[in-house]
Design a protein around this ligand. Structure first.
Ligand code: ZN
Ligand code: ZN
Length: 332
């Protein structure tokens, strides 16, 4: 894939890009016509990367973002090239457009998020699909096994996590879940806030941990179990990139990291005068935090999560942190 990209590095401007895309499209169509079975699963318009079109029926059980066909590797490369060439939107033209056009944010209303306000949860912006919970179970098994030094079990369990689906679900519905609500409710813009802001926006590590412990490491909005960033780091050190890939950006990061990392969320946004203290901070999963952005509960039509007790009923994985680090040290 990298080779493909480098070979065409001097691309400049739409003029060279469009013929290239057409050529690639034609070649791939020919390949598909010659061997339809092989490429059936790779048709962009029916790809797993569009879970909500398919009732979130995942087919990729690998934690790696493995490319299964020329389509899968060609599209991101071409999209990047496109973006570098003056930002011609893939939404606007051509066959590749369908990959983006199927995204949640261009579909209003979104069946996954609820088509009318009456279908929205009062507690959570993002209804969790069943496979999300199943994937967490596999992830949990992986962590517990890894902490015991049962590496093959941990590897097999990580392979069962629908990592790519988690990743895409977060992308497709995460940010849009909040935007959809404020657009529908007409609450997107609030009068400028002129009150005081807490001088400290980011809570100190000890406060963050106290919030997570108090909430039993579960998202106070959607109740999904979550783990600390340091636990994921330790797991990564032990399992390596093949089984638990991590990347520095949202796009390159694993679905596990994006969906299951605990975040301390200001219930009243900091930009609206919310304090950075135990009272105003709750544990949130990545997608709930991502979706909420800087909106207030009122803007989003959500109830105050602090009025519901933390769900409990789960033994946080944080207790395995020391064992994970020990296992990684032994194997180094
Ligand atoms: Zn959607
Ligand atoms: Zn959540």
């Amino acid at each position: 894939m990298a080779h493909f990209y480098r070979a065409r590095e001097p691309l400049s401007g739409v003029v060279t890009t469009i013929p290239l895309l057409s050529a690639v499209s034609l070649i791939l169509q020919e390949m598909k016509a010659a061997d339809p079975d092989r490429y059936a699963a790779a048709d962009i318009t029916h790809s797993v990367a569009r879970p909500h079109r398919q009732g979130l029926r995942p087919t990729d059980t690998s934690p790696l973002r493995v490319s299964r066909s020329p389509w899968d590797s060609a599209v991101p490369v071409l999209r990047r090239a496109w973006a570098r060439n003056g930002g011609l939107s893939p939404l606007k033209s051509g066959r590749l457009a369908s990959t983006e056009a199927n995204m949640c944010r261009t579909q209003q209303p979104c069946p996954t998020l609820g088509e009318t306000p009456a279908q929205w949860s009062r507690f959570s912006l993002l209804p969790r699909p069943e496979w999300h919970s199943a994937s967490f179970k596999h992830f949990e098994t992986a962590v517990l096994s890894a902490a015991r030094g049962e590496i093959p079990v941990a590897q097999a369990s990580l392979r069962l996590v629908q990592d790519r689906d988690l990743h895409d679900w977060c992308d497709e519905h995460g940010l849009w879940a909040g935007e959809l609500r404020v657009a529908t409710l007409g609450t997107k813009t609030l009068p400028k806030y002129n009150g005081l802001l807490d001088a400290k926006k980011d809570p100190p590590a000890a406060m963050v941990e106290a919030v997570f412990v108090r909430d039993g490491y579960r998202c106070r909005y959607c109740h999904t179990p979550v783990v600390s960033g340091e636990l994921l780091k330790a797991l990564h050190a032990l399992m390596g990139n093949d089984y638990f890939p991590r990347g520095p950006t949202n796009r390159s990061n694993s679905g596990i990291a994006r969906c299951f990392t605990a975040v301390a969320d200001h219930v009243v946004p900091h930009s609206r005068g919310g304090a950075t203290n135990l009272e105003n901070l709750v544990t949130s999963c990545g997608p709930c935090n991502y979706a909420k952005t800087d909106y207030t509960l009122q803007q989003l039509g959500l109830e105050d999560p602090r009025l519901r007790p933390a769900p409990g009923g789960w033994t946080p994985l944080q207790g395995t942190l020391g064992a994970l680090r020990d296992q990684a040290a032994v194997r180094r």
